[in-house]
Design a protein around this ligand. Structure first.
Ligand code: ASC
Length: 153
């Protein structure tokens, strides 16, 4: 195969993979209880790292470029994890049953969040507070949109 053909094929493959899912899909859960615990804990850990970036973006904490970069990198990895724990038959916790009735919509929210978390991590990597501020709001909005639609209060 010519190099050009190969790179077009590689591009098509990466586009297909990027479009396929927001999830890392690294685990299978034997018990619903474990899936619920996993997603709650993954989301909690994520919220702590996200919160650290938010505090800096909103001026509640002093900006520390190294810390922002590290929290961005952790967030980017964690962002892919919770979604695999919302598999069929794992209704429970604070999650509304709509997640399983409107799976495509839920997956869309997850994907939007993963995209924005990636942008936030990239912004944090620049070491520029203005970029962190610009990327934080849209990322928080993707958290809120999904919570409004799919999380019980
Ligand atoms: C957080 C957190 C959330 C989101 C949400 C954004 O830090 O724990 O659930 O941000 O409040 O609107």
């Amino acid at each position: 195969m010519k190099f050009k053909t190969l790179s077009v094929a590689a591009l098509a493959l990466s586009a297909a993979l990027a479009g396929a899912t927001a999830s890392a899909d690294t685990l299978k859960f034997g018990k619903t209880e474990d899936a619920v615990k996993y997603r709650q804990n993954a989301l909690f850990v994520m919220s702590q790292h996200f919160g650290s970036l938010g505090a800096m973006a909103n001026g509640r904490a002093e900006f520390n470029a190294d810390l922002a970069k590290q929290n961005g990198a952790v967030l980017e990895t964690l962002a892919t994890l919770p979604w695999q724990a919302f598999g069929a038959g794992t209704e429970g916790g604070k999650t509304k049953p709509e997640v399983w009735k409107e799976k495509a919509k839920f997956d869309g929210h997850a994907k939007d969040f993963v995209t924005e978390a990636g942008k936030l991590a990239a912004a944090a990597k620049t070491g520029d507070l203005a970029q962190l501020k610009a990327a934080f709001g849209p990322a928080a909005q993707t958290c809120k949109a999904c919570h409004d639609a799919f999380r019980n209060r």
